[in-house]
Design a protein around this ligand. Structure first.
Ligand code: C2E
Ligand code: CA
Ligand code: CA
Ligand code: CA
Length: 278
């Protein structure tokens, strides 16, 4: 539906109709996926650049559609955010990650903390209670998970988000700022927020070490993070050259295909058990 402005009439253009149909399709199919067990979490290791060991993981949502096959989260997450279904998906993700962590604990596997992605829409004053309920239901400690948020959340303004962040932090839940560098956060702004980790977006890692601008941005982010005593994780690291550059900068951890793509829980468990190193 579109307001053409001039005379106030509403009309459907063919493209918008397609888009609306696509949205409806995604929404009903995603709902089916939620109840039909077609969703899965994959886990991508984060490795320490100092020790070479696995020190964390990121849980990434996967959707296998019965006819269409794998649908990329880059496609369905934005739709879920628009339709509001992200709230139910987000709840599923958190619950599934905690269930898996508990299973690893019961099996005696010493897994590092697992980060889950949070949509800005999940971020309201009830979030700390909702997360705590899930943790308690599965019987796991708050430091077993981390929360990845994006800069779009920060534009809502410090007064709204800081109290919620402080509440999460008070309950032992660490926050990582994802895709850092793609938004508008300045150093002065950033220090207001209780954020323990900065993740350098893949967009800046790609050009290392050839692109002058990407090198400058990566250097600035690492310097900034060090001053704020934040841990720095580089995402999307694919080459030994990128790794070497980031290590020299003083970046703490890397995540990327160079070490491992996101994998099913069993494969991640194997890497941890085998003590796979960089
Ligand atoms: P993100 O949070 O920035 O996640 C990192 C993305 O980079 C993942 O894509 C991961 O598979 C990919 N990646 C990791 N290493 C490399 C690499 O070396 N090279 C390349 N080319 N790519 C790499 P993925 O899994 O397709 O997820 C895309 C985005 O969808 C995520 O970006 C995140 O914003 C969103 N997403 C995924 N799962 C969830 C979720 O459970 N909840 C929410 N709210 N968003 C999610
Ligand atoms: Ca992320
Ligand atoms: Ca990211
Ligand atoms: Ca990214």
């Amino acid at each position: 539906v579109h307001d053409n402005g001039a005379n106030g009439y509403m009309f459907y253009s063919p493209e918008m109709n397609e888009r609306a149909k696509e949205h409806l399709w995604f929404e009903s199919e995603l709902r089916r996926a939620l109840v039909g067990n077609h969703l899965q979490l994959h886990y991508q290791p984060k490795v320490s650049l100092r020790s070479g060991r696995i020190v964390g993981a990121e849980a990434l949502l996967r959707w296998k559609h019965p006819d269409r096959g794998m649908v990329s989260p880059g496609i369905f997450i934005p739709v879920a955010e628009e339709t509001g279904l992200i709230l139910e998906l987000g709840t599923w993700v958190l619950d599934e990650a905690c269930r898996q962590i508990r299973q690893w604990q019961d099996a005696g596997v010493d897994v590092p903390p697992v980060a889950v992605n949070l949509s800005s829409r999940q971020f309201d004053r009830h979030l700390p209670d909702r997360i705590q309920e899930v943790l308690e239901r599965h019987g796991i400690a708050a430091d077993r998970i981390k929360l990845e948020i994006t800069e779009t959340l920060l534009v809502r303004g410090p007064d709204t988000v800081i109290p919620i962040m402080n509440e999460l932090a008070a309950r032992g839940l660490a926050l990582a700022l994802d895709d850092f560098g793609t938004g508008y956060s300045s150093l002065a702004y950033l220090k207001k927020f209780p954020i323990s980790t900065l993740k350098i977006d893949r967009a800046f890692v790609i050009g290392l070490p050839q692109e002058e601008n990407d090198c400058a941005i990566a250097r600035a982010i690492v310097t900034m993070g060090q001053q704020l005593r934040q841990e720095i994780v580089a995402e999307g690291v694919e080459t030994p050259e990128q790794m070497a550059f980031l290590r020299d900068l003083g970046c703490d951890q890397l995540q990327g295909y160079l070490f491992s793509p996101p994998v099913v829980a069993g494969d991640f468990e194997r890497m941890v058990r085998d003590g796979k190193r960089l």
